[in-house]
Design a protein around this ligand. Structure first.
Ligand code: SF4
Ligand code: SF4
Length: 413
């Protein structure tokens, strides 16, 4: 079955009314404002996909960026960009790469431009799972046992599913399919290493991204295999198939920030997400109002720190000039072309806007006090938290040489 209708054209009144009936209440709880000109996103327009077919994005730099992940790194003298730094980054990606490479001959880049293929079939007999509340608690505990740091559950919402994905053999659009009968999404969060993130921007820091993609590939494959062994559908997914941010927010894991990331109470924006599409009868979580998006309204630390000035300074709004922004959703939208242009220039991913966010904290007593001030004492508390962060909270980038020195001494583990 093709899901959704594979038409990037305007949404019919019938479809819109159905979405309103099903999602208006939880959208309001989540703080989503979806307008009538909304259309589901076509993955062909995702920046990483455009870098392979769109002459407005593809350059020698973007080609070299991707090649640098495949043994064609271009080490340089700047700290954090040596051959050793690129080597660690690329090694961290290795498990994710094995999964994403294994079906490219069939046009799928699993985990990125296509869901992760099922390695095991669905068992012919369905296990007796008891009531949905118990089963939900058990599934969450198992997700954590496999290694997830956060887990939430929400109902399937096809608005966030890509209308098409690219066939990576020739970068043409093809149907984005899921099995029939999928009802829920299990969303898992994977916290990135604090110390590695402190070294952004650097190739070394990119190891924190690669590590979590490798972890999430393993964890989502394992949990999906468990569910299929119970006799239920389970499709493991990383960045493919659907936009994960709205799913993570609906599953109660965090709020949307100015830096385009989900801000979580536990790790701030320092987290990656994977998901499993399933027909297991589960109990959905509710979105949570945590106060972090409210803090973003008055903070521009991430936008100030962004080297190409790709993040917005003004209020969230509907739409942008870029085809890489989903249409008809009120939100902060980056200038994706500027952001990815910077990544291509430095030949590695950038997450300065993650590193500098005041909600990216290690988690000591002072951090807890700051968080309480920022989130639980209204406008006055937020103003004090902002002032405190500006005076005492800004951390300089950790020098990659210092990270390696600490590694030798066993201090950054
Ligand atoms: S740096 Fe400030 S504005 Fe940016 S995401 Fe974090 S809290 Fe929000
Ligand atoms: S990832 Fe880097 S370039 Fe992109 S928005 Fe964040 S700070 Fe700016």
């Amino acid at each position: 079955m093709a899901w959704p209708s594979n038409s990037p054209e305007a949404v019919s009144n019938e479809q819109w009314d159905d979405w309103q009936r099903r999602f208006a209440d939880s959208d309001a709880e989540a703080g989503f404002e979806v307008t009538r000109d909304f259309v589901p996103f076509n993955q062909m327009n995702d920046m990483f996909t455009r870098a392979f077919w769109d002459p407005l994005v593809r350059t020698d730099d973007t080609d070299a960026f991707f090649a640098s992940y495949r043994m064609e790194a271009a080490p340089r003298r700047a700290g954090g960009f040596s051959q050793k730094d690129f080597a660690l980054r690329n090694a961290a990606w290795a498990i994710s790469d094995i999964i994403s490479d294994r079906s490219t001959a069939a046009g799928l880049r699993e985990g990125f431009q296509g869901a992760i293929a099922n390695d095991t079939p669905v068992a012919p007999m369905r296990a007796d799972l008891g009531n949905p509340a118990d089963e939900t608690a058990e599934i969450k505990a198992l997700a954590r046992m496999f290694g997830a740091d956060l887990v939430g559950i929400t109902e399937i919402d096809e608005r966030w599913h890509y209308t098409h994905r690219p066939d990576v053999r020739d970068m043409t659009p093809v149907a984005n399919e899921l099995p029939d009968g999928i009802t829920h999404v299990i969303v898992m969060g994977h916290a990135m290493d604090f110390d590695l993130v402190e070294t952004y921007p650097s190739a070394l820091a990119g190891a924190s991204t690669g590590l979590e993609y490798s972890h999430e590939a393993a964890i989502s494959i394992q949990l999906a295999a468990y569910i299929r062994n119970l006799g239920n559908q389970a499709v493991a997914s990383m960045n493919d198939t659907a936009l994960v941010i709205p799913y993570a927010i609906k599953a109660g894991l965090g709020e949307y920030g100015r830096n385009q990331m989900v801000l979580t109470p536990e790790f701030g924006p320092r987290v990656r997400f994977s998901k499993i599409f399933t027909d297991l009868p589960l109990r959905a979580d509710s979105p949570r109002k945590l106060g972090m998006a409210t803090y973003c309204n008055e903070c521009t630390v991430c936008a100030d720190a962004c080297p190409p000035k790709a993040l917005p300074f003004d209020a969230a709004k509907v739409g942008s000039d870029s085809v890489s922004t989903v249409k008809g959703v009120k939100k902060w939208s980056a200038d994706c072309e500027k952001c990815f242009g910077y990544w291509a220039k430095i030949k590695t991913d950038c997450a300065i806007c993650m590193r500098v966010c005041p909600f990216n904290r290690r988690g000591g007593k002072t951090d807890e006090f700051w968080r309480c001030l920022a989130l639980e004492h209204g406008a006055r508390g937020r103003a004090m938290a902002r002032k405190w962060h500006a005076r005492k909270g800004m951390r300089a980038r950790l020098k990659p040489s210092e990270w390696w020195a600490r590694l030798k001494e066993g201090r950054n583990l």
